[in-house]
Design a protein around this ligand. Structure first.
Ligand code: SF4
Length: 181
């Protein structure tokens, strides 16, 4: 009998706080069970930088700069199933609070007008990714297959989602396991 090949899972954080990644780890010992059926590709958990062909991609965070757009498009190209994970990915979340102001107003407030600013100037090093005019939810940039809400989603919700996807089923996360904060 041949062993079923493991599914490849990649994760990334765009404009997020890594809280969704921390909550992923709340699956605790169930991660050991999942790792019999999946293996990580690019992810902060592995530190792999180059994304290969993947079955599932989990996206944390909204899209705030040109690098986020590039990473998100790369995930869409390489991942068969793409999941928006958490409030920031789904609606912009906390980072999108800057959308109430123009980009120029945000930059001036942070780098020029803050009371404890030293050497006030707006950074323009070419190494810095260009900021977008506002923070976008990921589905406004690429097609997203599934959404896992919460700030962050619970470890139980991650487990339920992944078990269904690994089993080739439509994800049916129970209401009690979902959060909408
Ligand atoms: Fe952090 Fe919440 Fe955004 Fe997840 S949804 S990246 S926990 S702020």
């Amino acid at each position: 009998m041949t062993n079923k090949p493991k599914l490849k899972l990649a994760t990334t954080s765009l404009a997020g706080c890594f809280g969704c990644h921390m909550s992923f780890l709340d699956m605790d010992e169930r991660l050991v069970e999942l790792l019999e059926q999946i293996e990580f590709d690019r992810s902060p958990f592995t530190d792999i930088k180059q994304l290969g062909p993947c079955d599932i991609g989990l996206i944390e965070g909204g899209v705030c700069n040109a690098e986020n757009v590039h990473v998100l498009r790369t995930f869409r190209e390489h991942c068969r199933i793409l999941v928006a994970v958490g409030a920031c990915a789904i609606n912009g979340g906390v980072p999108a609070m800057r959308n109430h102001y123009s980009l120029q107003e945000c930059l001036e407030e942070v780098y020029l007008n803050s009371p404890d600013t030293v050497n006030p100037h707006i950074p323009n090093d070419p190494e810095l990714p260009l900021l977008l005019d506002k923070v976008y939810p990921v589905h406004e940039v690429v097609k997203i297959d599934y959404f896992l809400p919460g700030c962050p989603p619970t470890g139980d919700a991650f487990y339920s989602l992944l078990k269904d996807l690994i089993g080739g089923r439509e994800p049916q996360v129970e209401k009690g396991r979902l959060r909408y904060d």
